[in-house]
Design a protein around this ligand. Structure first.
Ligand SMILES: Cc1cc2nc3c(=O)[nH]c(=O)nc-3n(C[C@H](O)[C@H](O)[C@H](O)COP(=O)(O)OP(=O)(O)OC[C@H]3O[C@@H](n4cnc5c(N)ncnc54)[C@H](O)[C@@H]3O)c2cc1C
Length: 619
């Protein structure tokens, strides 16, 4: 262990993850904490890290309040509708009222925004989306963070949070290792903002073997955003609310610009509008939610899944009409060049020119994220002026652990934040974290040496497992005493896929399957004590896997707790196949006891703040 040099850093604000939310947090922390020491730690390199690494073609969350296009309450209603009623409206409103200012800064910083030639406004793709030439989106926001932080640490994976040894349930910092040098890093901090993105690769992906790693969601997003807080006993919410995406087949190219801007539409193999066919069936399951406009994303998925199951596939996107217009044809291709070049390559390899062939669509394996069209994540305090008592405990975006804040995919209950909303939420969390420090809530934090020296041993154990275990190999690479990270990952994906509602079962699960899944996950967790890593890169893989496993346990517990099918098209509870507003019009909240590792679950009321306000005004 001595061969891994230890570095110490004492700071005020520590930001874990330098993606959209992390760069927003780092930038804003400097504004409110001019004399504070602000550190951002990133697993990759913040210039090209996180879900926006490749760039984006649209900013999906912009109100346009300066032109009276939308108001924050409109966005709350939209997100609430899409999530079948289940959102934290205080968090959504808070993000929406600030998001425009974030986008205006992006514009000032040089992000090329498309403009409507007639009005001079940002060019709308849809009601909420504005179009950008966004290949360099991430380097631009990274620049703002780099100028704001005292130091950015790249290539360090944070594996554990540190706790204060003086006061119970108070954060003390974080530890991790540099995956290039192998050095150990101890960050003591007064406040920690976790902004480590969502989780891909916990469910078995459609692309395996030669296509492994080709998923819709960034393959490097490994659920640290959830595992880090879960491990220290922070409460989580809506972890059952995984997302399934309808995307172009094999390349997972996005469909938003196609639907909204190019006005393309879907049909089954016989050229029929299949969505209409499933109206009565869906109404039977979810009642009047199917009549809402726009149709909730999960219900559109549901029609797709049912149609394919009934033999109507493949489902196609009708591009042949739109692509006759040379301008739309250019937009269609550029849409991929700015963020998913791989889709253009897939079409080239499969001889698909969307001008002459309608490309196939597919539904993805499930992912866990808190910023897209789902809202899994940490249970956080909302803002003082909006949140009901059950949603407020002092500091905006603070988790149920003192001094631990979250933003972006980390935060649960607030869907449809996307890139701009995640950056905004990072800003909100940083402002509150600085206030927490200024209010002297972090005074007297003590992190004993034993805590981080013990963790050092735990963190490097996979290297030890390999060094010892490889001597027992008599042929090939199969070891009798350790498992490799890839073996463990495939085992995890299979458990989640077959028992927790992945593609193997057409997103179906039930209590018996979930119980079995939990049992298998427990055994996997035990076996991961014996994961072996041959180098520092594999050590990162080992820790990514451990974080994915903890996240998966939480997802499974939540899925078991909610005894209804709230979001058909994301997953189905075969033993409770209907939406049940009478018993389940509520948010689910879990906590894993750090000592016993047992989860406890509770229901928390969902408050419809926006329309309540309107009603009050009217009376
Ligand atoms: C495929 C895809 C397409 C999208 N398209 C759009 C779009 O068109 N428009 C739009 O506005 N939004 C889009 N989004 C949404 C947007 O990308 C996310 O909302 C946003 O990136 C979330 O921000 P975040 O900071 O929470 O996560 P991320 O931006 O993913 O950042 C997380 C960061 O944490 C780092 N990290 C992870 N674990 C650790 C660890 N243990 N230690 C240290 N660092 C760690 C990661 O390397 C990463 O840099 C899309 C998302 C995806 C996945």
């Amino acid at each position: 262990m001595a061969k891994h040099k230890t570095h110490y850093e004492d700071c005020d604000v520590l930001v874990v993850g330098g993606g959209m939310a992390g760069t927003g947090a780092t930038f804003e922390a400097r504004h409110w904490g001019r004399d504070m020491k602000i550190i951002c730690v990133e697993k990759a390199n913040i210039d090209r890290s996180g879900a926006v690494a490749q760039g984006l073609y649209a900013i999906n969350c912009y109100m346009g309040m300066q032109w009276g296009e939308n108001q924050p309450e409109d966005h709350v209603r939209y997100a609430r509708n899409d999530l079948m009623g289940m959102v934290r409206e205080d968090l959504g409103y808070d993000m929406a009222r600030h998001v425009d200012s974030t986008v205006h800064m992006f514009d000032e910083w040089g992000l090329p925004m498309m403009k409507n030639e007639k009005t001079g406004r940002y060019l709308r793709e849809g009601k909420w989306q504005i179009m950008i030439h966004g290949e360099s989106y991430k380097p631009i926001v990274a620049e703002a963070a780099k100028k704001s932080a005292d130091k950015i640490y790249n290539r360090i994976m944070i594996t554990h949070l540190l706790m204060d040894d003086e006061k119970e349930n108070r954060i003390g910092g974080a530890v991790g290792f540099n995956m290039r040098t192998g050095d150990y890093h101890v960050f003591k901090a007064k406040a920690v903002i976790v902004a480590a993105g969502g989780a891909s690769h916990i469910f078995k992906p459609r692309a395996v073997g030669e296509g492994m790693g080709r998923t819709w969601y960034a393959p490097w997003s490994n659920g640290s955003a959830y595992a880090l807080p879960i491990q220290v006993g922070a409460k989580m919410t809506q972890m059952e609310n995984r997302i399934v995406l309808c995307r172009f087949k094999d390349g997972y190219g996005p469909v938003g610009a196609y639907f909204l801007h190019l006005k393309t539409y879907t049909q089954n193999a016989n050229g029929e509008n299949y969505e209409k066919k499933w109206y009565d069936h869906t109404k039977e399951m979810v009642g009047e939610y199917i009549d809402h406009h726009p149709t909730p994303t999960c219900l559109r998925n549901h029609a797709f899944i049912q149609e394919v199951q009934a033999g109507g596939g493949p489902i196609h996107m009708v591009t042949k009409e739109a692509f006759q217009d040379p301008h739309l044809e250019t937009v269609g291709w550029e849409n991929f060049l700015g963020m998913t070049v791989g889709q253009a390559v897939v079409w080239a390899s499969q001889n698909i020119d969307p001008k002459y062939t309608n490309p196939e669509l597919t539904t993805s394996e499930p992912y866990v994220m808190g910023s897209h069209a789902t809202c899994s994540g940490a249970w956080v305090s909302g803002p003082e002026d909006l949140s009901p008592p059950e949603y407020f405990w002092g500091y905006n975006r603070m988790l149920t652990v003192d001094g631990l804040f979250g933003a972006g995919d980390t935060v649960g209950g607030s869907a449809h934040k996307f890139s701009s909303g995640s950056f905004t939420e990072g800003r909100l969390a940083a402002k509150a974290a600085c206030k927490y420090i200024e209010d002297k809530k972090a005074d007297g934090i003590k992190v004993n040496e034993k805590q981080y020296t013990d963790l050092k041993e735990v963190i490097y154990k996979p290297l030890e497992n390999y060094t010892v275990g490889r001597n027992e190999i008599t042929g090939g690479t199969v070891s009798p005493s350790y498992i490799s990270p890839i073996q463990g990952l495939q085992r995890l994906q299979r458990i989640m896929d077959e028992y927790v509602g992945g593609i193997a079962t057409n997103y179906m699960t039930n209590e018996n399957m979930l119980n079995r899944g939990l049992e298998l996950l427990k055994w996997l967790e035990e076996d991961l004590e014996n994961v072996g890593a041959e180098d520092y890169h594999q050590l990162m893989r080992a820790w990514e896997l451990k974080h994915r496993t903890v996240t998966s346990q939480c997802v499974t517990e939540h899925t078991k707790f909610r005894k209804e099918t709230r979001w058909p098209g994301y997953y189905y509870r075969g033993d409770h196949l209907k939406l049940d507003d009478e018993n389940w019009h509520c948010l689910t909240v879990s906590r894993r006891d750090p000592k016993t590792k047992k989860f406890t679950m509770e229901k928390v009321p969902v408050y419809h703040i926006v329309d309540e306000k309107k009603e009050k005004k009217a009376s």
